[in-house]
Design a protein around this ligand. Structure first.
Ligand SMILES: Cc1ncc(COP(=O)(O)O)c(C=O)c1O
Length: 376
């Protein structure tokens, strides 16, 4: 039987993203009450959605029958006001993920290359590969050092796009200003430097948006899914001082990609510092608690250097691998990310969120249990 053919085999055979499992899956499979499950695989906000966003959504007229402004103007205006840029310097997406896909299509042709770390947020690599772009990988160093020297050296090959992530997913490593400047200075004028700051709030720094005014080939991406707790609403954005970087993204995006609800939620959340600060305080306290507890373990280690709301657990026991530990944790009501589902990370690591203390205690208890049951 003849069927329409896709434009590229990679669209059929290429990699797909493996998201963190939902609570409902674990509850149904292992009979654990939903509220007891520690969901530590999707980097969501420990305190739920921004109350300012919830209030704005409850109060608004959702105008369900009326098309929204196709450029998401109300949301662009709120973001621009928050960060001191012109609204024409902002493009909004259905999650930052959509903005990443727009950047790749707009600034890199088929067969051209895109620089990124290995490992990295899998979406950079997946979208590049399935759309015929060529990922150029810079392997991270010991304990996932971002090896800026090696990254800068590859910039000499003039990739069309250079992705950097700070804090980095899945390692949580933060690039300091000197390192980001080195990368921007080394990039060819025709290379677009994309700085993904999805987790920046958790680093307790303001991030690098101020560098946008110095580098007109730099764009910063952010999301409302993490510190604002709006992963289910789907809101993200790109911002650049140079509107020539933004216009093409606006022109190729699916025309009405942002609905009234997304815009109203995002526009309220962007001013909700109280909610962000609460999430950051919880994450920082949980990190100290987990770090101290894991220092006493033999089979597992917290990889140092994380500045995000997740960290890597290294499996030191040679008889265990990430899938065995991942499944052992699931049975005990704990969802994490298996390193084998993140290209370049592999079977010695798990990515684990920092969340409420009670969830972290469940994680630590389950790890101890796995360690013990192996010995028994
Ligand atoms: C580094 C990084 N960038 C971007 C995103 C995309 O977030 P969203 O599409 O939910 O806005 C994620 C989500 O996990 C991420 O880890």
């Amino acid at each position: 039987m003849t069927v329409p053919q896709v434009s590229s085999r990679a669209l059929v055979e290429g990699p797909v993203y493996v998201p963190g499992l939902p609570r409902e899956y674990v509850a149904a499979k292992y009979g654990i009450p939903l509220d007891d499950i520690a969901k530590l695989g999707s980097a969501e906000n420990p305190h739920g959605p921004s109350p300012k966003a919830v209030e704005a959504l409850a109060k608004m007229d959702p105008k369900l029958d009326i098309y929204p402004d196709w450029t998401a103007r109300p949301l662009r205006e709120a973001i621009a006001k928050r960060y001191g840029f012109d609204p024409d310097c902002v493009v909004c997406g259905s999650g930052e993920t959509e903005v990443i896909s727009l950047v790749i299509r707009a600034f890199c042709g088929v067969g051209e290359s895109i620089l990124m770390h290995d490992p990295c947020f899998p979406i950079y690599r997946i979208f590049s590969t399935v759309e015929g772009r060529v990922p150029m990988l810079v392997r991270m160093g010991e304990d996932f050092d971002p090896v800026v020297d090696a990254y800068v050296a590859r910039l000499a090959e003039k990739p069309r796009i250079a992705f950097i992530t700070s804090p980095h997913n899945p390692t949580g490593r933060l690039l300091d200003e000197t390192e980001v400047r080195r990368i921007c200075d080394a990039a060819d004028r025709e290379t677009l430097v994309v700085l993904d700051e999805a987790y920046i709030h958790y680093s307790e720094t303001d991030g690098m948006m101020h560098l946008l005014r110095e580098y007109d080939n730099l764009i910063v991406l952010r999301t409302f899914s993490k510190a604002y707790g709006l992963a289910g609403l789907r809101v993200g954005f790109g911002i650049a001082a140079n509107p020539d970087l933004i216009r093409p993204l606006r022109n190729i995006k699916p025309t009405w990609n942002m609905g009234h609800l997304q815009m109203a939620g995002g526009a309220a959340a962007v001013f909700d510092d109280e909610h962000v600060n609460r999430a950051v305080a919880t994450v920082v306290a949980s990190k100290a608690m987990v770090e101290a507890a894991m220092a006493k373990m033999n089979a597992f280690r917290m990889v140092p250097g994380c500045r995000s709301n997740f960290f890597l657990t290294e499996i030191l026991d040679p008889d265990l691998d990430s899938t065995a530990v991942f499944n052992g944790l699931l049975e005990r009501g704990v969802i994490v990310k298996d390193g084998t589902d993140i290209e370049g990370l592999g079977p010695r690591y798990l990515r684990v969120d920092l969340n409420l203390q009670k969830h972290m205690e469940r994680f630590l208890g389950a790890l101890r249990d796995i360690e013990m049951s192996k010995v028994a």
